[in-house]
Design a protein around this ligand. Structure first.
Ligand SMILES: Nc1ncnc2c1ncn2[C@@H]1O[C@H](COP(=O)(O)OP(=O)(O)O)[C@@H](O)[C@H]1O
Ligand SMILES: [Mg+2]
Length: 133
């Protein structure tokens, strides 16, 4: 066994999501997030709870790469996303992130199947029929 293989086998997997000192201020002066640090390991579930207006949606949008924090670092699978341009962030979301919106944001003219497979079609990939079923 090579040294490289050993290193791979013992390497610790990066957290699914890691936020460090994230702030998000909106025009008008609202600081929806103020120095938020949070790590979510793979295979875990996390519920973010709080009153309306406390910043839950802003947190989710920043953690998923849908919105950019005003300050701080967001890593998805170990990859820093704050430095990525819109195209790279779109590609990362398409590959790594599933997001169920509060208002769903499904496309009404498409079937359920076509809504599910749309990201794959945009990526030029074929769905696994068994998985899709
Ligand atoms: N696009 C925006 N522009 C200005 N203020 C916003 C915007 N989105 C959210 N806010 C403000 O940021 C705060 C947090 O909002 P939000 O993240 O939607 O909270 P929650 O999801 O917990 O209800 C609120 O004060 C809200 O009014
Ligand atoms: Mg919300």
């Amino acid at each position: 066994m090579s040294g490289a293989l050993t290193a791979t086998a013992t390497a610790r997997r990066a957290p699914a999501i890691a936020l460090a000192h994230v702030a998000r201020a909106y025009p008008g002066g609202v600081r929806a997030l103020d120095d938020v640090s949070l790590t979510v390991e793979h295979g875990t579930f996390l519920a973010v709870m709080g009153p309306s207006g406390s910043g839950k949606s802003t947190l989710m949008h920043c953690a998923a790469g849908l919105d950019s924090p005003t300050a701080g670092s967001v890593r998805i699978d170990g990859r820093e996303i704050s430095g990525l341009n819109e195209t790279r962030r779109t590609e990362l979301r398409r590959e790594r992130v599933g997001f169920v919106f509060q208002a769903y944001n499904l496309i009404p003219s498409l079937s359920v199947e076509d809504n599910i497979t749309l990201p794959l079609r945009l990526a030029g990939r074929r769905p696994d029929r068994e998985w899709l079923r």
